[in-house]
Design a protein around this ligand. Structure first.
Ligand code: ARG
Length: 462
């Protein structure tokens, strides 16, 4: 039987309804998140076009100002949820062109001169990522600071250190909490690398092969607050997906840190441990067991680390074997990318609430110390007195029952070397977190100042 075919009229031709739904249905919904970036990119493009040395000029600076003003109106509409991309638009790019043409007539029809949706979507994603990564850095640094505050409050609160999850050696809450903080600070190096890779402007690369018009790609890059333009126009398009995967790779590292922290807390808040407790309002109950206080929030942070990792693999797998030049496959990197960013940010924010609210039970932490936790310390003490370490080890091992349950406070104080439980030097890590915050705020001020200049209104408030 022949399938009845209906078709829909789009800005760029008639498309079969089922094919349109298949190719653009989901994507239109994801593009809804890119409206702001698309308007900003279009504003820079319009300003650049008005300065293009053509005789007669494509349009006047006053025309560019009209376009930019209209784009600001669209931005405001989008913020209120009133800018809707339809299936007939196919994507955010043609939706913005439609809206501009409706408001400005022939002027709107000129906006697509010297660009393609390929460089447009690439710049949208980079603008979006730039803002999001600044948010990620601020949130990760805020979480690192929260962990460091916990570490300072409990710098010398004894806690059994574990390997293989078995009791190992004397440790402290300060060492445990600041380990997670330092992990976040290292993850931020990966975030910074991703930020720098992303901070290059692909606009003007058009379909990947340049345009026979005297465009100024460096100007567009400056107007948008990018560090520099992507150089090679083919690579500017090929880098789509690469940027997303590098960003997701950095997010995966953050999520791995969060998932380990969540796993530790799930374990140490079990009644059998009772080292820590979550505020009651952070737990969810059971529909059948009245006594339950479940750490669902931590379980979901742990699970969402798997999701962000899956997003990373989804993008990497799309790229393997991808040919040069634009292919629609790249569209499929959008959802994992946007979701990966949103998921990571919500996990960072919720984990900070958990850390800020965490209750510490020093009594239960101390009760965890049995005599055998001091076995390695005892062997090392003998080694320090000149007994060859292997002999000391065997001497202690031969008579574990004779080990005394020593004072954990003293054991902590004895490890004052760099980074040890008695030598945490938390101020150094606090300095690293503060520098990330300051540097990120500085970058964001600079970025928003560039966008405010471009749009002629204060950004982000509009
Ligand atoms: N929705 C498309 C994407 O995300 C936009 C670019 C379409 N380009 C094209 N040549 N069909 O990739």
């Amino acid at each position: 039987m022949k399938t009845p075919s209906t078709s829909r009229k789009t800005t760029v031709g008639e498309v079969d309804s089922a094919i349109l739904e298949f190719t653009a249905g989901d994507d239109v919904r994801w593009d809804q998140r890119l409206v702001e970036a698309d308007c900003i990119g279009s504003a820079a493009h319009a300003v650049m076009l008005s300065r293009m040395p053509l005789r007669p000029p494509l349009f006047q600076p006053a025309d560019a100002r009209r376009i930019v003003r209209q784009l600001v109106i669209l931005l405001r509409k989008a913020r209120q949820g009133r800018f809707i991309i339809t299936l007939e638009d196919q994507d955010v790019h043609l939706a913005v062109e439609r809206a501009l043409t409706r408001a400005l007539g022939p002027l709107g029809k000129k906006i697509h001169t010297a660009r393609s949706r390929n460089d447009q979507v690439a710049v949208d994603l980079r603008l979006y990522a730039k803002d999001q990564l600044l948010g990620v850095s601020l949130e990760a640094a805020a979480l690192a600071e929260a962990l460091l505050r916990l570490a300072v409050r409990h710098e010398r609160t004894p806690m059994v250190g574990r390997t293989h999850m078995q009791p190992a050696m004397p440790s402290s809450v300060g060492l445990w909490a600041s380990a997670h903080a330092e992990s976040l600070l290292d993850d931020m190096l990966a975030v910074d690398h991703a930020y720098r890779l992303n901070d290059q402007c692909p606009l003007g690369s058009a379909a990947g092969y340049g345009v026979p018009l005297p465009i100024d790609r460096a100007l567009v890059s400056d107007l948008l607050g990018f560090e520099r333009p992507c150089h090679n126009v083919l690579y500017a398009g090929n880098a789509r997906g690469k940027v997303e995967s590098v960003v997701l790779g950095a997010l995966v590292q953050l999520m791995l840190t969060l998932s380990r922290l969540a796993q530790d807390l799930i374990l140490f808040t079990m009644p059998e441990f009772n080292y820590f407790a979550l505020p009651p309002a952070f737990c969810t109950g059971s529909s059948i067991m009245p006594q339950k206080k479940n750490p669902d929030v931590l379980e979901l942070v742990r699970a969402r680390a798997s999701r962000v990792a899956a997003h990373y693999f989804a993008v990497v797998d799309l790229l393997k074997g991808a040919p040069s030049g634009y292919n629609r496959d790249l569209q499929e990197a959008k959802a994992p990318f946007l979701e990966g960013l949103a998921t990571t940010r919500s996990c960072l924010a919720v984990t900070k609430r958990v850390v800020d609210g965490l209750q510490v039970n020093p009594g239960a932490l101390r009760d965890g110390f049995t005599a055998d936790v001091f076995a390695a310390d005892r062997a090392l003490e003998l080694a320090g007195q000149g007994v060859p370490f292997r002999d000391a080890y065997h001497r202690v091992k031969a008579d574990l029952a004779a080990l005394e349950r020593l004072n954990p406070d003293q054991a902590l104080r004895a490890k004052k070397h760099l980074g040890g439980p008695g030598g945490l030097r938390l101020a150094m890590l606090k300095g690293r977190a503060r520098r990330v915050l300051q540097e990120t705020r500085r970058k964001r001020r600079k970025y928003y100042a560039a966008l405010s200049r471009l749009l002629g209104v204060s950004y982000p408030d509009l």
